[in-house]
Design a protein around this ligand. Structure first.
Ligand SMILES: Cc1cc2nc3c(=O)[nH]c(=O)nc-3n(C[C@H](O)[C@H](O)[C@H](O)COP(=O)(O)OP(=O)(O)OC[C@H]3O[C@@H](n4cnc5c(N)ncnc54)[C@H](O)[C@@H]3O)c2cc1C
Length: 497
């Protein structure tokens, strides 16, 4: 028998670091890859021995793809997924409303249908390419304050307890976050009773047309059925089921398709590849920061998975926090910059939980008369100008902004700068200057300290764009040395200096 090659010896767990990240799901991996790209010293640990299998997130939204592009993950991931074209609401055969991603102003005008596992593998691979690592089979057990940071107790695979001292700790450790509990941060919200069945299925030939390009919600008198194309020729089916139901078998899937799906009887399942039941919780952490401790991803917010938003929101939490940690740890920004993480990301999470909760409740109405009224309202809304476009932008997460100013048509700090307008340069700041590019630097732009300078022909005023793609300031001086020297003036500080 050929000898198997020995497993590489994992690096020893450092006892001191700038940023300790607990949890290597999509949020922790994105944060670690970002910090690695920025050159920030960190330690990423996870209690499991590898990327977890199982059917969870199945879609990467355009806004998350835009951030993943910045850390060098987007292009490779886009090649592996299937490109869905939007969301659709149906009543049996009758379309009620369609939110298409086709015309969105993003380099990724589609829902990337890729399993969470695939997404995590791509980010983990990128982290490795950048020279980073995940300390697998390391469980964070507890945290004690150790001014100005913390000391965490970590159990390794050998059962030995080790102490890791860090200036900052980020809990990316999911719904049942140990970090959140240790920091005493409340996680208020609800746990609705409604149980959902989830099945990843291979439909019989011919039946794929039921949801070929769109994630489709069938809202019939018999109840909700979500049918979404997945990578690998599969479809995901999600449906509310009575309390006590077990994971759906092939015959349950057939019945759900026949009673709630496109047309009586013709959409048939050939194979159930994975099945489970779950109950969604709707919660948002009271604080996303408590001193040196931060929460990100499911540790900070959880909601109904309908609409495919959770993992995407965690990826963007990581994007918001990474450059701020870098700026503060390098002395380029005051410590208060880190308060803007809570100020910017918590309202996003609260709005998301409210939106997905309302949608889930409307989609699962049990009274037939209310269901008919809902469907009539949806069909009417679809004909109102701009409604479906706005819905597509919301689901694609392109409408997220941190602006505190009313929209009067001028560029507002805190709003997204479309990468098609001002192309990013990794996790660097971008100074966009109006006018044609006469430099030799082409699409890479010219680098000045922390800034990349780009010329954008149709721009009306200079724009300073943050490393996470949001506008820091408009109308700033055109001299990059001047802007770089005054960068701290353009930070989203609670009380501008
Ligand atoms: C059925 C289902 C369907 C979903 N569908 C979608 C979808 O279509 N789109 C979408 O965007 N989202 C979806 N989600 C949500 C998505 O799966 C989560 O939002 C996402 O996993 C959150 O990522 P995270 O990294 O924050 O947390 P997690 O993925 O939960 O990762 C947390 C990590 O922390 C580790 N950990 C926990 N405790 C410790 C500890 N004490 N020490 C060390 N490590 C620890 C865990 O091992 C884990 O690896 C779905 C979820 C479910 C359940």
């Amino acid at each position: 028998m050929p000898k198997s090659s020995p497993r590489p010896i994992p690096p020893a767990l450092p006892c001191r670091t700038d940023v300790l990240i607990s949890g290597a799901g999509p949020t922790g991996l994105t944060l670690a890859a970002s910090l690695r790209r920025l050159g920030v010293d960190h330690v990423l640990l996870d209690r499991h021995d590898g990327v977890r299998p199982g059917s969870r997130a199945a879609a990467v939204q355009p806004r998350a793809m835009e951030y993943l592009d910045r850390i060098g993950v987007g292009a490779g991931l886009a090649l592996e997924g299937r490109k869905g074209r939007g969301f659709c609401l149906h009543d049996g055969e009758r379309p009620l409303l369609r939110a298409s991603y086709d015309g969105l102003d993003t380099p990724h005008p589609y829902i990337l249908l890729a399993s969470q596992q695939t997404t995590e593998q791509h980010v983990a691979r990128r982290l490795e390419e950048l020279g980073g690592t995940v300390h697998r089979e390391h469980r964070l057990l507890g945290v004690t304050p150790d001014f100005p940071g913390i000391t965490a107790t970590v159990a390794g695979p050998d059962g030995v307890l080790r102490a890791v001292t860090a200036r900052y700790l980020v809990g990316c450790d999911g719904l049942h976050s140990t970090v959140r509990t240790a920091a005493g941060i409340a996680f208020p919200g609800e746990a609705p009773e409604q149980l959902f069945a989830l099945a990843d299925v291979r439909l019989k030939p011919g039946a794929e047309v039921a949801a070929h390009d769109d994630t489709t919600f069938f809202l019939s008198g018999a109840g909700l059925l979500l049918l979404s194309p997945l990578a690998g020729g599969l479809h995901r089916l999600v449906a509310p089921v009575p309390a006590g139901s077990a994971a759906p078998r092939a015959e349950d899937v057939e019945e759900l398709l026949a009673r709630r799906g496109p047309a009586d009887g013709w959409a048939r399942a050939e194979e159930v590849v994975a099945a489970s039941v779950y109950r969604a919780q709707e919660r948002v952490a009271e604080r996303f920061r408590a001193g040196p401790v931060f929460l990100a991803g499911d540790a900070a917010h959880t909601h109904s998975p309908a609409g495919g938003q959770g993992m995407n929101t965690g990826i963007q939490d990581a994007g918001n926090l990474a450059w701020k940690l870098h700026a503060v740890l390098t002395g380029a920004a005051p410590g208060e910059l880190l308060d803007s993480y809570h100020a910017e990301r918590r309202p996003v999470a609260a709005r998301l939980v409210a939106f997905t909760g309302q949608f889930a409740r409307a989609a699962t109405l049990s009274d037939p008369a209310s269901g008919r009224l809902r469907n009539a309202l949806l069909a009417a809304a679809a004909t109102a100008p701009g409604v479906t476009d706005r819905l597509a932008r919301t689901l694609a997460q392109l409408d997220i902004d941190y602006s505190r100013e009313p929209d009067l048509g001028a560029p507002r700090p805190g709003t997204r700068v479309a990468p098609l307008d001002v192309p990013p340069d990794g996790l660097r700041w971008t100074l966009a200057l109006p006018g044609p590019d006469t430099s030799q630097h082409g699409h890479r732009g010219k680098r000045h300290g922390p800034l990349t300078v780009r010329h954008v022909p149709d721009l009306k005023t200079t724009l300073l764009v943050r490393p996470d793609g949001y506008l820091a300031a408009a109308g700033v001086p055109a001299d990059p040395c001047d802007v770089a020297a005054r960068l701290s003036q353009y930070l989203p500080l609670p009380h501008p200096q």
